[in-house]
Write a protein that binds this ligand. Structure first.
Ligand code: G3H
Length: 246
């Protein structure tokens, strides 16, 4: 089966990882987006990322749009899907640009889109425009059977703004909310993940990303309510995991 023909479940990861006992290496890998978004990442590094994703059983590779065609080709017959980022890392582009980026990434084989919300518009109370920015991406993804994760950049938000951003992401039809880009202030915190899980309820995914570097931290994120982890330190995270659930 090719990456382009996959039809992912409309329901985010069906809770594959129990908060207790501590997840095994394989269980944790299955909810990790193996991530390389550094601007200086080379094609050779992306090839290695894809090989590692297959070897360890990661949920997805998360790469910049320039590498979607390469990753889609390399993972065409493999389980990990290709995730890419939209209007990253600022979220400050026009709504139409977000939608165009989404369409191009989907056409190139991406099956998950992590889009940065328009943070300034949220803070300005321009809620309808926030939903419109996200909805253009969601509409494109829906046509392709792809998932959308809305990156909130929680380090820039008050607790009330986190709640509001979650509500608007759900209203726009996104399947996940995600903590951070990894390029902004702060990263994933248990407090933010707990808050996001409470705001979206059990039927929408929560991706913890940004600064997750080891197994213990990843487990704390899962216990706080995350059902997806985004990390560039995925291999270090797995290195600390037990072979069997502990
Ligand atoms: O989207 C995921 C983040 O960019 C990952 O951040 P990280 O490099 O701190 O793990």
């Amino acid at each position: 089966m090719t990456g382009a023909s996959r039809n992912p479940s409309p329901v985010p990861d069906p809770a594959p990882v129990p908060a207790r006992p501590a997840p095994s290496r394989r269980q944790l890998a299955a909810i990790i987006d193996h991530t390389l978004l550094k601007p200086e990442a080379t094609p050779e590094q992306i090839e290695r990322l894809c090989r590692e994703a297959v070897e360890h059983g990661f949920a997805a590779v998360c790469v910049n749009p320039v590498y979607v065609p390469l990753a889609a080709e390399l993972l065409a017959d493999a389980d990990p899907v290709v995730c890419t980022v939209i209007d990253f890392p600022l979220g400050a582009g026009a709504a139409a640009d977000k939608a165009r980026q989404a369409e191009a990434a989907l056409a190139a084989g991406a099956r998950e889109l992590d889009v940065v919300q328009p943070i300034g518009l949220l803070k300005a109370g321009r809620h309808r425009e926030v939903v419109d920015h996200l909805h253009g991406v969601v509409a494109a993804a829906r046509t392709a059977g792809a998932l959308v994760k809305v990156i909130l950049e929680t380090g820039l938000l008050t607790p009330e703004e986190i709640d509001l951003a979650c509500r608007l992401a759900v209203e726009a039809g996104a399947q996940f909310v995600k903590t951070a880009t990894g390029f902004g202030p702060g990263g994933a915190t248990e407090e933010a993940v707990r808050r996001m899980r409470a705001a979206v309820g059990p039927d929408v995914g929560v991706k913890a990303a940004g600064g997750i570097r080891d197994y213990a931290t990843a487990c704390r994120m899962v216990a706080a309510g995350a059902n997806r982890i985004g990390a560039s330190a995925s291999l270090a995270i797995l290195a600390g995991a037990p072979d069997e659930p502990a």
